[in-house]
Write a protein that binds this ligand. Structure first.
Ligand SMILES: [Zn+2]
Length: 249
């Protein structure tokens, strides 16, 4: 089984691994930083470099049999090969920002307005969240975005922990987003925005909320009697490289 390095360190952009298996549709590694598609989050892309040269990972999937499956642009690595994996980091970091922003927005809408999230789908370009409104109120939604941005400005830390699944199951409030975790494991991964909200979650998040930037509501769509599809973008993108070098614009 693959050691999912991304579950403990979302900032790991390169790693060394060994090829466990090669299938017609991809390779399985003994350890990986590539996040597989799940829970509204696209999987990672990047490269694997080994004895057969460098080959692109065009998609990372959750496979029933293999676990984390890296789909390659062309065949290359052989079983037993040592490879170096490298993520498309700017893309992954954007997805981490969008995903963490979704936590903040859905947490505010639920805590303050009892509006539940029914689905979400993210790309590096935009966020999409479905909310179940008893009665849609644009003012409430806009106030929700203002409160979400106020929380981001408080720059709360985001922490990961692991708890026995039975213990987590007794806390239904942990399952609002249902993001990319396996239900058949003895342990569940919890992601806590400290002082705000905790979710059972397999996804990748930024370390503190300031990295998100600012959430901007772009449009809404009517998807039935109670469902509203809400689109947003992140503004004031703060790439990690710039933040680390002193935060120049
Ligand atoms: Zn999450």
């Amino acid at each position: 089984m693959t050691d999912r390095l991304y579950q403990r360190d979302g900032y790991l952009a390169t790693f060394e691994a060994r090829v466990l298996a090669v299938r017609a549709d991809g390779v399985v590694l003994d350890r990986t930083a590539f996040f597989p598609t799940g829970g509204g989050l696209p999987g990672d892309t990047g490269t694997l470099t080994g004895p057969a040269g460098t080959v692109r990972v065009v998609e990372t999937l959750e496979d029933d049999e293999a676990g984390v499956l890296h789909r390659l642009e062309r065949p290359g690595p052989a079983p037993g090969d040592a490879v170096r994996g490298e993520l498309d980091w700017p893309r992954r970091h954007l997805l981490m920002r969008y995903h963490t922003a979704t936590h903040v927005l859905t947490g505010v809408m639920f805590n303050d307005y009892h509006v539940r999230v029914t689905g979400n789908q993210l790309t590096p370009e935009k966020g999409r969240v479905d909310f179940a409104f008893e009665q849609f109120d644009r003012e409430v939604l806009e106030e929700g975005f203002r409160r979400a941005n106020a929380l981001v400005a408080r720059d709360l830390p985001v922490r990961v922990s692991f708890v026995p699944a039975a213990e987590a199951r007794a806390r239904p409030e942990l399952f609002k987003l249902e993001t990319g975790f396996r239900h058949d494991l003895g342990e569940l991964r919890l992601v806590e925005i400290v002082g705000f909200d905790t979710q059972a979650d397999g996804g990748c998040h930024v370390a503190t909320l300031r990295e998100i930037g600012r959430l901007a509501l772009t449009r809404t769509e009517n998807k039935g009697r109670v469902n509203r599809r809400v689109y947003f973008v992140l503004e004031e993108a703060a790439p990690l490289e710039q933040a680390a070098s002193g935060g120049e614009p």
